[in-house]
Write a protein that binds this ligand. Structure first.
Ligand code: ACO
Length: 380
């Protein structure tokens, strides 16, 4: 019997309501996204990433003094212990940056001053969340530099998370425009309801495990190309198309071969992902500034064909890919940047889960062999 004939079964849990949240709302009809009731575009346009982080973790936007205090906390907590740096130096050369991040966060839990706190201690969980968010940009940049045989660069206290990420990566202070792009990008990537990685981190802490274990689950889940890994795959695809030189032919051929085109489609949205529209605007602006608009041009042709032929639209991972490329960020770091942003959403969800916890344990339909007699080993 085909599994899809069961009336209460939804493959991939599509459409299944798995919880109640006050963190973000996706409006599928209008393709809009709000964090705690505030439109994500307003945040991307007018706020730095730390304001979004505060909003997600504390439940409200900070005022000026709260933001200053929060930024100081982030700055103080951003340094990685020497032992974590040493462990990153032991990682195999071919290890993907997402796997290096799992190494870092697996260790960081034990360095947290609240390591032994009760899993449902709300205040301790908020303190842990701030430490988790604070260290993410440093962990990504340090792991990358170490993998390149370079020494990590300490974060600069004058810069926020967005600016520090670029500074720790390249060793040069980024200009205001680059900081603005990174702030907006981190803001857009920060939170998105019960997506696969957030759900994985909620499932992890619902067993009364800890936030750091949930972060490791989140990173492992985000890594796949059907989720966060799509931004890296989208860039490799754009490079392949650029090399071939005929974007329309490439796209038509790929569709004819029923290839999954990375950076298109979404489980929730039906008519478009508004984050992609915002990121695409930024990507094209970066293109103009650096004098390379051809990635935006390729993207536009592809987007039109994908919509005309399949009613598929770009998700945020598609324009992010060429935006990051134009900023000179190495491709294997695109999904780790997603982690820097999403630590906020993951932590907000894990805290929400633990504040009103119940073990998450669904059920399944058995289609294996009927009960048969056990045959002792010497008679098989
Ligand atoms: N390219 C080509 N066809 C697609 C694409 C795509 N990107 N996305 C969906 N389709 C087609 C499928 O082939 C399928 O067609 P069929 O019914 O003829 O078999 C149909 O649309 C439904 O696709 P599903 O994969 O079943 O849809 P689902 O809701 O499970 O998947 C997903 C959503 C995983 C995002 C899918 O659109 C996809 O694989 N996209 C590419 C990967 C990607 O960009 N992931 C990033 C998601 S957003 C994020 O994580 C920030």
């Amino acid at each position: 019997m085909s599994a899809t004939t069961y009336p209460n079964y939804s493959p991939g849990l599509q459409g299944v309501i798995a919880g109640i949240t006050t963190i973000s709302e996706i409006d599928v009809e209008t393709s809009s996204l709000t964090y705690r009731g505030i439109n994500v575009h307003e945040l991307a346009e007018h706020a730095v990433f730390e304001e979004t982080a505060y909003l997600l973790l504390m439940g409200k936007l900070p005022n000026k003094s709260e933001l200053a205090e929060f930024k100081a906390r982030i700055s103080n907590e951003s340094v990685l212990p020497n032992e974590v740096i040493a462990a990153l130096k032991q990682c195999p050369k071919n290890m993907h940056p997402m796997d290096r991040l799992k190494v870092a966060y697996s260790m960081l839990g034990a360095f947290d001053a609240d390591y032994r706190a009760e899993p449902t201690d709300h205040e301790a969980n908020v303190r842990k969340a701030v430490r988790i968010v604070a260290k993410a940009a440093n962990a990504v940049a340090a792991a990358h530099r170490i993998s390149e045989g370079l020494e990590p660069i300490q974060p600069s206290p004058e810069l926020g998370i967005a600016g520090n990420f670029m500074y720790m990566l390249k060793g040069e202070k980024p200009d205001e425009f680059v900081i603005k792009v990174m702030d907006a990008s981190l803001t857009l990537y920060a939170e998105h309801g019960y997506n696969a990685s957030t759900f994985a981190s909620r499932v992890t802490v619902a067993t009364l495990s800890d936030l750091y274990s949930g972060i490791v689950s989140g990173i492992g889940t985000l890594k796949g190309p059907l989720h966060g890994g799509a931004n890296e795959e989208a860039m490799y695809m754009l490079m392949e198309i650029d090399k071939m030189g005929d974007v329309a032919k490439w796209t038509h051929d790929a569709l004819a071969q029923k290839k999954k085109i990375m950076g298109f489609g979404h489980r929730e949205y039906r008519i478009g992902d508004s984050r992609a529209a915002y990121m695409s605007k930024l990507g094209k602006e970066i293109g103009k500034r650096v004098g390379d608009t051809h990635w935006g041009d390729i993207a536009e042709v592809m987007e039109k064909i994908m919509w005309d032929e399949k009613k598929l639209f770009p998700n945020i991972d598609f324009p992010s890919a060429y935006a990051y490329y134009l900023l000179g960020i190495p491709i294997p770091l695109y999904t780790p940047i997603f982690v820097v942003a999403r630590t906020t959403g993951w932590c907000a969800h894990m805290i929400e889960q633990l504040d009103n916890n119940r073990l998450i344990r669904p059920t399944c339909i058995y289609e294996g062999p009927k009960v048969t007699e056990f045959v002792p080993i010497d008679q098989r």
